[in-house]
Design a protein around this ligand. Structure first.
Ligand code: ADP
Ligand code: MG
Length: 394
């Protein structure tokens, strides 16, 4: 997938509308607790300013559901953005309307304006074309740098691109580059590691990837359902009996395509999901009563790590166990280490998997950490994301 990027346009003296993801976490007092998302957008903003553009930023913040909500105003976000950029930025207390239009019109090259929360407007999430048109009238060019909302067809993420030349910012460019390199043109062997809580969360990902990979490694809670589908007793483990048919279908597709599908051959089992719970190594099929499978076992770790070390491309989505608890985290961290050591092109997606990689200190060893949970999941399902589809082709 080749989309135009911010570098494909001459932006000197142009007004550029940039969709950013400033949906930052805040505490009860409304103070920003983590500004990673704002920092992430700085390279695109700084590049545009250096090139002599006037930059209009738009983002949603929280879930105001189409109504103005004073608790979800973006004033503090504007302030923090200014601090991080090292320059004062302008802020419009209106998303669209006469005030916003006037501020946008008066904006000079080298200046930055942040518009109020886009979700104050009922037309944003409905992708109202009138709203998109109004917003587009403030600028000469549209840049999408908010990958986390690229799976939403909203006015600021997709609709506005109908009325302006449209291109990817640096963050979105990197996401497209790595995700599509892995999915469309992978160096082989290509291995997918899929885990996490449930099969039902990742049906689309499993069905899409089983058609593309050379090997499919399954772990986490979803492995229990695959084991159950083979008639193995899983005790009180998290299982989805209504998804066993689907698990069998995926295993059948894997066989037909000669995909090597790996399931846990041993497990860490315990009677409770707590820090102090006693645990043992158990085998699929011999779990008793209240016992639950909470991580992959030592033999499984060895087998998975061995395969991963020979891979050339890896996509990982979903932890191998209840990694939030130390005694059930080993499988997840050992998989992270094996991927890091493989030298493969590695793409990590999913909020919890990304958190696990961050905890393990291996971020710099991975080729790409995808920032958008839902968006990267839909990308891995093979869906065309509206926020990317709407950008101009190269
Ligand atoms: P991601 O956010 O990376 O996409 P998911 O949200 O699908 O991952 O899954 C992560 C969750 O799955 C974690 O909270 C973890 O505790 C849980 N989980 C993993 N393995 C098991 C298991 N065997 N039993 C119960 N929960 C599990
Ligand atoms: Mg999750």
């Amino acid at each position: 997938m080749q989309k135009k990027t911010v570098k494909d346009f001459d932006v000197k003296n142009k007004k550029v509308l940039v969709r950013v993801d400033f949906n930052v976490p805040v505490d009860e007092a409304g103070e920003i607790t983590n500004d990673v998302r704002i920092r992430g957008a700085l390279p695109t903003i700084e590049y545009l300013l250096e090139q002599g553009a006037a930059v209009i930023l738009t983002s949603h913040f929280g879930r105001p559901k189409g109504k103005v909500n004073d608790k979800l105003r973006m004033e503090k976000i504007a302030q923090r953005t200014g601090e991080l950029l090292g320059r004062e930025i302008k802020y419009s207390t209106e998303f669209v309307g006469p005030l916003a239009a006037e501020k946008a019109k008066a904006l000079l090259p080298g200046e930055v304006l942040l518009l109020e929360n886009s979700r104050f407007h009922p037309g944003e999430e409905k992708n109202d074309p009138e709203l998109a048109k109004t917003l587009a009238s403030y600028a000469d060019l549209y840049i999408n740098d908010a990958f986390g909302t690229a799976h939403r067809a909203h006015a600021t993420t997709a609709g506005v691109a109908d009325y302006l030349p449209a291109a990817a910012g640096f963050l979105v460019e990197k996401e497209i580059e790595f995700l599509s390199k892995a999915l469309e043109n992978p160096e082989r062997p290509f291995v997918a590691v899929i885990g996490g809580a449930k099969v039902s969360d990742k049906i689309g990902v499993l069905s899409n990837l089983v058609e593309k990979v050379d090997a499919l490694i399954i772990g986490g809670g979803m492995a229990n359902t695959f084991l159950l589908a083979q008639g193995l007793e899983m005790g009180a483990s998290l299982v989805e009996p209504d998804k066993t048919e689907l698990a069998r279908e995926i295993m059948a597709t894997a066989r037909r395509r000669h995909v090597n599908i790996l399931l846990p051959q041993d497990l860490i089992v315990a009677n409770a999901i707590t820090e102090t719970a006693e645990f043992r190594v158990g085998l699929p099929g011999e779990l008793q009563g209240t016992e639950m499978a909470l991580d992959i076992g030592p033999e499984t770790i060895k087998e998975y790590a061995k395969l991963l070390k020979t891979s050339a491309t890896v996509i990982w989505n979903g932890p191998m166990g209840v990694f939030e608890i130390e005694n059930f985290a080993k499988g997840t961290y050992m998989v992270a280490e094996a991927i890091a050591a493989s030298g493969a092109l590695s793409v990590i997606g999913g909020g919890d998997s990304v958190a696990a990689v961050e905890n393990s200190g291996l971020v710099s060893k991975m080729s790409h950490i995808s920032t958008g949970g839902g968006a990267s999941l839909e990308f891995l399902e093979g869906k065309l994301l509206p926020g990317i589809a709407s950008l101009n082709d190269k």
